[in-house]
Design a protein around this ligand. Structure first.
Ligand code: ZN
Length: 480
């Protein structure tokens, strides 16, 4: 009993002495147990600095064993400046470290690392190391091998027992990415993205986008891997396809490309989750990005809808008296687009704005890719019986909000257009309805096969009314 109390007192003394964030000067003793042996590492403690920040740990700091510095893998490689992902597998005592697409697999006691599937010898091996004052061992790995594999330069200062890690290459702070092209402006497009600049100060990362006109944007935070996606909606680009790796605090690469459906996408590949805020000023949009734990409130997401004009190109849809459904659908979509072009509170993507034929899968994929909240498809009807007329809206039962969205569309169409109310139609055999988990309404404005309806459908003012009705319906759907 007495021995136990003594042991406990000793342990408490050690905790008092070594329970510190970084290594203090002084002649305290630090013993670890590794591979069944107790080792005095009092004179072998190592501080680690990553991009100017000292690694803080309440556990074992870095230690030099057999002239190689080992560090606790989780504290070291998950710290903010590195932000790798560390997974421990107890079944084979392996550690997997993932960062920016590089995968390093290490096994306790093994001098071979597997880097992106290739075996590479190391001059030190990972070990389980237990501070003798603590119950559990820590996984410690050779810092130089892993840090260099992840693209860091490791500098060892023997006098101060300091291992300094810095990213190789120039940092984003010293070398902003700047793309501009004002000579390639697309005159056919109302809006062209002509410039972007990614830069960094000590506190913040910013992305500045420049257009020829007001920029309508949709921003999404995506995970696995973390990336920030900015879509400039309804825009062409004079920058074309561009991609560049950067050494940023939170960003490791930026790319941009025009997208087939009339928008320009900018992707920032992230080292860690971030928050952002957005400021707009005429033709400029400024995104300020910081790591998530900095508590900057994120800008609330604007609602997103995809509007589809049915059919297109070689698929005319219904036909009557030389008039093709694809053209009526597109007219109605363009009238609606003219309205939304004047607004920036709702983000709208269009499956087509010209006479092209995106496949049904491409139309559904667009909604998935832009993280749409609603999908509206515009069609017109036809049937052999020319007496049949009126407006109906199709929806798929069982998808939350689908019935409601369809009912809202139908309500405004009936009230505004005054065609016969054919009500809501349940359908479960339509691709778009079946392939999206969001509310989808497919409006059939009128019957082309009916002479009365057809004369309305081709009338300019009627088409404007269709757009009015659908704009109001979309507004109401987003208020719910
Ligand atoms: Zn159709």
């Amino acid at each position: 009993m007495k021995k136990y109390v003594m042991g406990l007192t000793m342990a408490l003394m050690f905790i008092f002495l070594v329970g510190i964030n970084t290594i203090a000067a002084g002649d305290f003793k630090f013993f670890v147990e590794t591979g069944g042996k107790i080792v005095d590492v009092s004179n072998a403690l190592v501080n680690v600095m990553v991009e100017g920040v000292i690694l803080k740990t309440n556990e074992i700091p870095g230690i030099a064993l057999e002239h190689r510095t080992l560090v606790p893998v989780r504290e070291m490689f998950e710290m903010e400046g590195i932000a790798a992902n560390v997974v421990w597998d107890n079944s084979d005592r392996s550690i997997t470290i993932t960062k920016d697409g590089t995968i390093i697999r290490l096994v306790i006691g093994s001098y071979t690392a597997i880097v992106d599937g290739k075996a590479i010898p190391m001059d030190a091996c990972p070990r389980l190391v237990r501070d003798v004052t603590k119950p559990n061992a820590k996984t410690m790995i050779p810092i130089r091998f892993v840090a260099e594999t992840l693209g860091y330069n490791v500098e060892w200062n023997a006098n101060s027992s300091l291992a300094k890690l810095t990213l190789t290459g120039n940092s984003l702070m010293n070398e902003p990415v700047e793309w501009n092209n004002t000579s390639g402006i697309n005159l056919e497009s109302l809006l062209t993205v002509t410039g972007m600049k990614l830069s960094e100060t000590a506190g913040e990362t910013s992305l500045l986008l420049t257009g020829t006109n007001n920029l309508d944007y949709n921003i999404q935070m995506l995970q696995n891997p973390n990336r920030l996606v900015v879509d400039i909606v309804g825009a062409a680009t004079s920058l074309g396809y561009k991609e560049q790796a950067v050494n940023g605090r939170v960003i490791y690469s930026i790319r941009t490309a025009p997208y087939e459906n009339n928008f320009v996408r900018v992707v920032l590949d992230l080292k860690t989750e971030v928050v952002y805020k957005v400021e707009e000023n005429e033709n400029l949009v400024l995104l300020t990005i910081s790591p998530k734990d900095n508590q900057t409130p994120a800008t609330p997401k604007k609602p997103v809808i995809v509007i589809d004009a049915g059919h297109g190109a070689t698929d005319p849809g219904a036909m009557s008296k030389g008039i093709k459904e694809k053209d009526l659908n597109l007219n109605m979509l363009l009238a609606l687009k003219r309205r939304f072009d004047l607004r920036d509170d709702i983000i709208v993507y269009y499956t087509r704005t010209t006479d092209i034929y995106p496949t049904l899968k491409q139309r559904a994929d667009l909604a998935t890719r832009v993280n749409a909240d609603l999908f509206l498809s515009i069609h017109n009807n036809s049937v052999w019986n020319t007496a049949v007329s009126g407006t109906e809206t199709l929806y798929k039962p069982g998808v939350a909000g689908s019935y409601e969205f369809a009912a809202i569309c139908q309500k405004y169409l009936i009230n505004t257009l005054g065609l016969k109310n054919r009500g809501l139609v349940k359908r479960d055999d339509l691709y778009i309805l079946n392939h999206l988990p969001i509310p989808v309404a497919l409006v059939e404005i009128g019957f082309m096969s009916n002479a009365g309806d057809l004369s309305r459908l081709t009338d300019y003012y009627f088409v404007e009314n269709v757009a009015d009705a659908l704009e109001k319906a979309i507004d109401e759907a987003f208020q719910k």
